[in-house]
Design a protein around this ligand. Structure first.
Ligand code: SAM
Ligand code: CA
Length: 212
């Protein structure tokens, strides 16, 4: 018999390696930060990189950057003149984010907004080809509604952790605030006629949404 870990290890073996700078960021996050499990990691990072390379965006927005791992992965698909805008509420993370932005050579493409995404999104003047939602689970639907008009037609919104460790299957009455937030978001997307969507049951669930 084989376990989920065996399959994960096999998938890792047959997936391109993490670039060295991301290996180092992964290690430093595990040594120095609380909640290192929030970091996307090898497999999800390569998936985000691959999706970004398929879309070849000129503008990316990330909501919830943590130590910068997913942002660096997403930036790998940017066009030559492309830019990634990242929003992170915790100012203590700025130092590690900027350190790895520098090390990965994306300084000129990278803009960090420190603050609450709910207040920052309305101030953004750009339109995006790709948005990655990975911040406060209670607020997923608010982020979606705030960014929707800033996503280009044909553009993509990707939301992480939409299975939330299986808790989305719980009865709403038994759900905590974060689970409730994710369930509300998933229900809204399911009924939103302006988009095509696919819930990818990979890792903690990734909702891929295309604006039509
Ligand atoms: N995207 C990162 C990755 O995959 O490596 C992980 C992000 S972590 C799951 C969520 C981050 O969202 C945390 O760093 C947290 O401080 C940030 N966050 C939470 N609420 C936020 C808000 N309202 N606005 C901006 N960032 C927020
Ligand atoms: Ca996540």
């Amino acid at each position: 018999m084989f376990t989920e870990t065996d399959i994960h290890d096999y998938a890792s073996l047959y997936t391109s390696e993490e670039p060295d700078v991301l290996k180092e960021l992964n290690r430093e996050t595990h040594v120095k930060m609380i909640y290192p499990r929030m970091l996307s990691g090898h497999l999800q990072g390569r998936l985000l990189s691959m999706i970004s390379k398929m879309i070849q965006p000129t503008r990316i927005l990330e909501i919830g950057t943590y130590t910068g791992y997913s942002a660096i992965c997403l930036s790998e698909g940017l066009q030559k003149n492309g830019q990634i805008h990242c929003i992170e509420i915790n100012p203590e993370l700025e130092e590690i984010i900027q350190k790895y932005v520098e090390k990965s050579g994306i300084r000129s493409k990278f803009k960090l907004h420190i603050g609450d995404a709910i207040h920052i999104i309305p101030t953004l003047k750009e339109n995006y080809d790709l948005v990655f939602i990975d911040a406060d689970k209670e607020q997923y639907l608010q982020y979606y509604q705030l960014i929707f008009n800033k996503v280009k037609k044909g553009g993509y919104i990707i939301a992480d952790n939409v299975i939330w460790n299986g808790k989305v299957l719980l009865d709403t009455k038994k759900a905590d605030k974060e689970t409730e937030g994710i369930k509300k978001f998933n229900d809204y997307i399911r009924n939103d006629k302006r988009v095509e969507n696919m819930l990818l049951p990979f890792r903690d669930g990734i909702m891929i949404i295309k604006k039509i």
